[in-house]
Ligand binder design. Structure first.
Ligand SMILES: [Fe+2]
Length: 437
């Protein structure tokens, strides 16, 4: 234990030094409106999301009727061996009426395989790659994207290095009731979201509720970005879970009822109880409003959720909690109930994908001891899971036109810890090392 404490403090001071000499990014950049520049009836806003381990949902929009909800696909470009049929929906929001929003689930598909596909029998060919069935797997993480020049920069940096799945902890389009901006966002992200599955959860900017007329909100979000909630026993698109190579990922809803006894609370308890750590040694939770935050922005907004749910996550030995909302990056140590705890999750705020509201520049001083790195810049993160026991996290700052790894750390899975998870036999020697949590 003394060695562990010593190494913790060495690591703490190394990171503090980096943070104190850190980089401060300059103001927000203009919104980009991405026009529809294909023939009117052609599919646009194509994106894909996982449905179980072997299926992919292809989502896309057409203006007007006449294009069927079908997807042709196969492993060779322009040679489509299979055809799947799905359904389409549309919605009204005041005077706006959406195009037809198609959702077609295709599969079963082979892991780590590229599929070429065409939507509605018309328009360009797209392709995506299924996640692998075995380690390693790499998740790109970016929150509060919006659609500005910074968003473009972040997406280009994500795309410049391979990854398997994008995780988005809320605040997608920043349409904020201006529905054509949802379409513009769909077109902006299409080159990326049509190639790798995007798994998202909702932020406050997805709500778009209006008293009496749209009291429940989420009309655009639920119509355009349906996630595989039924597959995980959830009755709401606002929270769900899925698995990917040794990792159980839980998407929570910061703006759905999470109080004790609520539907989300009961669903989460049930979901956590079902996790088999021998099959998925890693557990990652994603939500929008951070529970730990030393930025002055959005102080305390995640506190009631933390009070309701943190104990459950702690007892289940969740490895990492990603949050968005605050437009800056911050990494905490493993923490539980406001104290460093070797069996608690590492908390990371990464709400700095590039939105139009700019960065959250002001922090509490002095830095709380549990906050190990904090910086107001745009960027994205990468969680690369190498095996049952080790993963690497990095935060990649948008340093103008290049992406710079500004923060990184090795993680050991809590399921491999004899201290935190004595019921599972450790598979390796669990000596903690420098720069490792
Ligand atoms: Fe937010």
């Amino acid at each position: 234990m003394p060695k562990l404490l010593f190494l913790f403090f060495v690591f703490f001071f190394v990171c503090e030094h980096h943070a104190s000499t850190g980089f401060t990014r300059q103001p927000s950049r203009p919104l980009i409106f991405t026009p529809h520049n294909r023939p009117n009836s052609h599919p646009q806003q194509v994106h894909v999301s996982l449905v179980g381990n072997n299926y992919m949902k292809v989502s896309w929009v057409t203006d007007g009727n006449g294009v069927p909800s079908t997807v042709e696909y196969g492993k060779i470009p322009a040679k489509y061996e299979s055809l799947a049929t799905g359904e389409h929906t549309s919605y009204h929001y005041f005077s706006y009426r959406s195009g037809n929003i198609h959702h077609v689930t295709i599969g079963p598909l082979d892991p780590a395989t590229t599929y070429y596909y065409r939507c509605g029998g018309i328009g360009p060919e797209f392709n995506f790659r299924m996640p692998p069935a075995t380690y390693p797997i790499e998740f790109a993480v970016a929150g509060d994207l919006g659609q500005t020049e910074w968003t473009s920069s972040t997406l280009e940096h994500i795309n410049a290095r391979d990854y398997d799945i994008l995780l988005l902890p809320g605040d997608l389009s920043y349409a904020d009731t201006q529905q054509p901006l949802w379409d513009s966002f769909g077109r902006l992200v299409e080159p990326y979201a049509s190639r790798r599955p995007w798994m998202v959860t909702e932020g406050n900017h997805e709500q778009e509720a209006f008293p009496i007329i749209y009291p429940k909100g989420y009309k655009a979000y639920n119509s355009r970005w349906p996630m595989p909630y039924r597959e995980s026993g959830s009755e709401s698109n606002l929270y769900y879970s899925f698995d990917a190579v040794g990792t159980h990922i839980i998407m929570l809803g910061s703006y759905a009822d999470f109080s004790i006894g609520s539907d989300q609370y009961k669903w989460l308890a049930n979901d956590l109880a079902k996790i088999d750590r021998l099959r998925t040694p890693w557990v990652v939770v994603i939500l929008h409003a951070p529970w730990y935050n030393s930025n002055l922005a959005h102080q305390g907004e995640g506190e009631s959720m933390r009070v309701a749910i943190e104990e459950m996550l702690y007892n289940s030995r969740v490895d990492v909690v990603f949050a968005g909302h605050v437009h800056a990056y911050e990494r905490f140590t493993r923490v539980y109930n406001n104290n460093a705890d070797p069996c608690g999750p590492m908390h990371i705020t990464i709400g700095d994908g590039g939105n139009r509201e700019g960065l959250a520049m002001l922090y509490k001083e002095p830095t709380p001891s549990i906050s190990l790195y904090r910086e107001a810049s745009f960027g994205h993160g990468r969680l690369r899971i190498l095996n049952d026991t080790h993963a690497h996290w990095s935060w990649n700052r948008n340093d103008d036109s290049v992406s710079v790894v500004a923060d990184g750390i090795w993680l050991k899975s809590l399921s491999s810890s004899s201290l935190c998870f004595p019921q599972i036999q450790p598979k390796t020697d669990l000596t903690y090392e420098k720069d490792e949590l």
